[in-house]
Design a protein around this ligand. Sequence first.
Ligand SMILES: Cc1cc2nc3c(=O)[nH]c(=O)nc-3n(C[C@H](O)[C@H](O)[C@H](O)COP(=O)(O)O)c2cc1C
Length: 308
Amino acid sequence: MTDDAPLASLRETILARNYIKEKGKVTKKEKQAVIVYCSPSGSTRHISRVAENKLEEMKIPVSMSDLGKREDMSPIFSQIREAKNNVCLFIGSPVYVSHAVPPVMKFISELPENTGAYAVPFVTWGGASSGIALYEMGTALKAKGFRLLGAAKVLALHSMMWQSESPLGESHPDAQDDKMIEEIVAGVMKKLSEKSPKEIALSDLAYQPKQVHAEMEKVTLELAKAHMPQRKVVEELCSKCGVCGEVCPVGAVSFSPFPEFGGNCILCFSCMRECPENAIKADFSPIEARIRARAEKLSERPFTKIFL
Ligand SMILES: Cc1cc2nc3c(=O)[nH]c(=O)nc-3n(C[C@H](O)[C@H](O)[C@H](O)COP(=O)(O)O)c2cc1C
């Protein structure tokens, strides 16, 4: 007499791992990816697109959302809830004053809890310091029950130096940076099809020296606001076209009748960068000198790194 029990239980395990049984119907589970990012000046968007293209090339269903558009994120939350451990969330932020930007941290804080889903935080930084953004994003994602399959920091043009002749991070992300992003996407999706995908350790993301990390924890974007360039609207130049309000990722611009910047402004300077009349002015020279001195002092290397 043969004993089919071990075979049956193996079959059950394979079924549970690769198929969903709902209302008597068996369908194959599909690995999928969700990319969410904030990118006032475009570098994080570029990295997100590289990831999206790689996922499409790998025939993995992917959806992508820009937090700067301030759309309803509940469909993404439902997708993550339903896809459970078949979905990986790639979540991207620029580094502002050593941290991830507020819209990204807010999005993470609103994610559904304990869905079994996986996540990959990634940041772009302007050559001064990638700070503790990845560590803080990773910590917040883990607190929501997400399992970290990877992370990445990518050097990018410093978004406060778009007027400078030799900005920090110039011509980055470059082809090599893009290649590393393709590599992490492929590596993460390979992990996702394994039985027990190996997570990265949160401690891997605490790569700043302890003292530096502790100082960065204390300095918030809010505190740094006082030292940031103050904007002035030149009323003779402003045509009240509204572009500054449209491009603001947090809806901080109001008009009466000229643009005014509210307290929730994240200092991305998109309003100034995108103004067709060049009517918003600010002097970046003092802050630029400080940023360059900081970059030299910290000398963070490597510029771009993937954690897999
Ligand atoms: C207000 C502000 C603060 C920034 N702080 C840092 C920083 O602490 N370290 C750094 O290397 N780059 C910093 N940057 C540069 C951005 O991190 C970098 O340019 C990033 O790639 C911008 O992403 P985006 O193009 O997707 O907006 C800062 C930029 C701004 C506007």
